[in-house]
Write a protein that binds this ligand. Structure first.
Ligand SMILES: C[S@@+](CC[C@H](N)C(=O)[O-])C[C@H]1O[C@@H](n2cnc3c(N)ncnc32)[C@H](O)[C@@H]1O
Length: 295
């Protein structure tokens, strides 16, 4: 099907479907401005063979890998609404004991194409595989880069707040308890007594009833999906991205869908999805997974 024929397809033909093919080719056929947020974990550089001639990640050099990723995300920028965003989970690579900085190379290449970098979050994996390395620390994190398409973008900070640590209902700090959830309140006694700062930004940090603003280190255990012989990312991680960046009823895209974790999570959260993968067996596996869980 030619590009013009395919783009003429109604948006409904894209939504809640698994599209099998090279992500860039599929993206070229997609209409403009139909996606609220992309949540994805691309194949990492020379990490795993996904059994397709079309796959990204097996390039001879990091430069070629980065260029291919940048080309894809230029195309996807067009597909994402101006208010939309992108969350990319990506890990690094050691070659002969030297860390290559691949996530940042990809990140900066995307920045150069116009994606606006908003946050470099760390996915900390408390149950990461132990390693036998003796000359450096064991890696137990990956990056989660958050980009917006344009200057103004949809972001629901309240939807992903986290529990207060310094102050809480149980806080022993004198005065702290009485002000929990009351804007404009400051402890009338105690070390912050009469502190005007608490009327502004620090109130949010210390007493907001929904918790403090989300931090950049996300500690989430690795999860498994029996049918997949590759790593799937945790639904909890995907949930956070969707809650922050996709309004209810909106559309989440994963151009590297694998076992369909993004699609499944989106559906369970009342959002629509568009999933792409170059391996038809994985597309089928994801469809079956969704059919079982979202009857
Ligand atoms: C890291 S896995 C994604 C796993 C997924 N996040 C999950 O939880 O199931 C990367 C996926 O990208 C797919 N892939 C690799 N190159 C691709 C390409 N050029 N176009 C589309 N999909 C591709 C692979 O087949 C693999 O399923």
């Amino acid at each position: 099907m030619s590009r013009s024929e395919k783009t003429a397809l109604p948006v409904t033909d894209w939504i809640n479907q698994f599209h099998c093919g090279d992500a860039i080719e599929v993206a070229r056929s997609m209409p403009d401005d139909i996606v609220d947020t992309i949540v994805t974990s691309p194949p990492y550089f020379q990490q795993r063979d996904y059994g397709s001639d079309l796959q990204i990640g097996q390039e001879k050099s990091i430069d070629l890998y980065v260029r291919r990723m940048a080309d894809l995300f230029v195309e996807l920028k067009r597909v994402v609404k101006p208010t939309g965003s992108l969350w990319m989970v990506i890990g690094d690579k050691y070659i002969k004991g030297e860390l290559q900085g691949v996530p940042w190379r990809v990140c900066l290449a995307l920045k150069d194409t116009g994606w606006r970098l908003r946050s470099d979050c760390i996915w900390h994996k408390p149950n990461a595989m132990p390693s036998s390395v003796k000359t450096r620390p064991t890696t137990d994190h990956e990056y989660i880069f958050f980009f917006s398409n344009e200057k103004d973008y949809f972001y629901d900070a309240d939807a992903i707040r986290e529990p207060h640590v310094t102050f809480s209902e149980n806080s022993k700090m004198k005065g702290g308890r009485n002000h929990f959830g009351k804007r404009g309140g400051t402890p009338e006694a105690g070390k912050n007594s009469g502190d005007n700062n608490l009327h502004d930004g620090r109130w949010d940090q210390a007493f907001h009833p929904k918790g403090r603003n989300k931090r950049t280190v996300w500690s989430i255990t690795l999860s498994k999906f029996r049918d997949a012989h590759f790593a799937v990312y945790p639904q909890k991680l995907v949930e956070t991205c969707i809650n922050a960046s996709c309004p209810p009823g909106g559309v989440v895209l994963d151009p590297f869908s694998g076992a369909g974790t993004t699609a499944l999570t989106a559906k369970e959260m009342g959002r629509d999805f568009i999933a792409i993968d170059c391996n038809s067996e994985f597309c089928q596996m994801a469809k079956d997974r969704l059919a079982k869980r979202c009857r």
